[in-house]
Design a protein around this ligand. Structure first.
Ligand SMILES: [Zn+2]
Length: 414
């Protein structure tokens, strides 16, 4: 992608105040565009990152054996009346058609997926069944804030599982926890805290939340400095100073919730009268679980924990481009053009700052702001070599073009 013709915009000065670092950087670097409070457009590099995040999530859902579906966002009112959530689900967007039909805009899809699963589940042999989708969700938030960290329309992966009994559900639940941990590690998070939480509107049974520590978060956590103990501070009745698991010091911090998993029991299968025949031929309600990951929120959370004063520092797994090529040769782009074409022909994605009217200083500022992990630079000083620099440090190295190709392929496993 050439910045001169294909990149929509970067903004170094907005004159605006932002309520989170990710909000500011994603707008300035041209990844998202604000439409209204809680509503954003994803521009090409933002969409590229979102797609990479969702591909990683999809890979791990598929390895659980879950089947991908796409469920509608418009939910008929009678489905929500059946679960008695039409009036009680406080953030449900409600819309009315010209023909006096009412719909909810899906914030979650139990009301759609449960009657769907009922059509597949006849006997215990049809279980377990896992159905998931990656799509758009809506929440009528009183106050949207922090950019894509808390929007009114957002992207989410939601998985629903159906089981013959509680034991089978618990085994599946543990497997999902492992899959989630793999996803978060692959996305570059070093320290995701899993907390046990009350199920909110979903269920009174147990549930877990996955949290990333950052000041932009809205969850108060206490956690152990040495082991994996973590808890939501709100639910605590007494103040802890020592970890109940290992006795080490307890710390406090703010966090963003990036995923959650719930034991739904048979609440929704009972509401929709879903039954399967067990081994003795008796009708039984399947045990359900639901498992969410906010993929657009993950994009924001990744930026919250991967930035410096100059801009974003993308983890390689979700970088919008493999390399950012900057041409600083005065009035000549032949060598940079050649590098650009060579890398593209090798399957390497390149953001190429080919602008001739922009100063060297500004090109470097923009490169740091956008945050591609590897910067390639050619100038009057570099001759037939290319200056290679990682976004995360100041060290530079000189490589020939074939060496650049090799090192990029190694870095991204291309
Ligand atoms: Zn501990």
């Amino acid at each position: 992608m050439k910045i001169s013709t294909d990149y929509i915009k970067t903004i170094t000065q907005t004159g605006k105040e932002f309520d989170s670092r990710s909000h500011e950087l994603l707008i300035k670097a041209g990844f998202i565009d604000p439409v209204a409070s809680g509503l954003y457009s994803y521009l090409p590099p933002g969409l590229a990152v979102l797609n990479k995040i969702e591909d990683i999530v999809r890979t791990h859902m598929n390895s659980l054996g879950a089947l991908e579906v796409s469920l509608p966002s418009l939910h008929p009112k009678d489905h929500w009346l059946q679960t008695k959530r039409w009036d009680s689900f406080d953030v449900l967007f409600k819309v009315q058609s010209r023909h006096d039909k009412e719909y909810g805009l899906g914030p979650s899809h139990e009301e759609i997926v449960t009657p769907l699963a009922a059509k597949y589940i006849q006997t215990h042999k049809d279980l377990p069944l896992g159905l998931y989708q990656i799509g758009t969700k809506f929440r009528d938030e009183a106050r949207a804030k922090s950019g894509i960290l808390r929007g009114r329309e957002f992207r989410m992966k939601d998985l629903y599982s159906f089981h013959a009994d509680n034991l089978d559900f618990e085994e599946y639940y543990k497997k999902v926890i492992v899959a989630y941990q793999k996803i978060f590690t692959e996305l570059g998070f070093e320290d995701v805290k899993m907390t046990e939480a009350s199920g909110g509107d979903f269920t009174k049974k147990f549930s877990h939340e996955f949290n990333v520590l950052t000041e932009a978060g809205e969850v108060d956590l206490i956690y152990c400095a040495a082991c994996d103990f973590a808890q939501n501070a709100e639910v605590l009745t007494t103040k802890l100073t020592k970890c109940p698991k290992c006795g080490e010091e307890i710390k406090e911090g703010r966090a963003i919730e990036i995923g959650n998993i719930f034991d739904l029991g048979t609440r929704f299968s009972d509401d929709f009268k879903v039954k399967f025949k067990d081994e003795q031929g008796r009708p039984v309600s399947p045990h359900m679980g639901c498992y969410g990951i906010g993929t657009s929120r993950l994009l924001g959370a990744i930026v919250e924990v991967n930035n410096d004063k100059n801009g974003i520092i993308w983890p390689t797994s979700v970088a919008p481009f493999h390399a950012h090529l900057v041409n600083l040769v005065r009035d000549d782009s032949k060598f940079a053009d050649l590098i650009y074409r060579t890398l593209q022909s090798e399957g390497i994605s390149v953001l190429y700052d080919d602008r001739s009217e922009v100063s060297a200083g500004e090109k470097l500022v923009v490169s740091d702001l956008i945050g591609v992990p590897i910067r390639l630079l050619v100038s009057d000083r570099t001759g037939d070599q290319v200056e290679w620099k990682l976004r995360i440090d100041e060290k530079t190295r000189m490589f020939s073009v074939p060496e650049v190709v090799k090192h990029l392929k190694d870095a991204y496993v291309i």
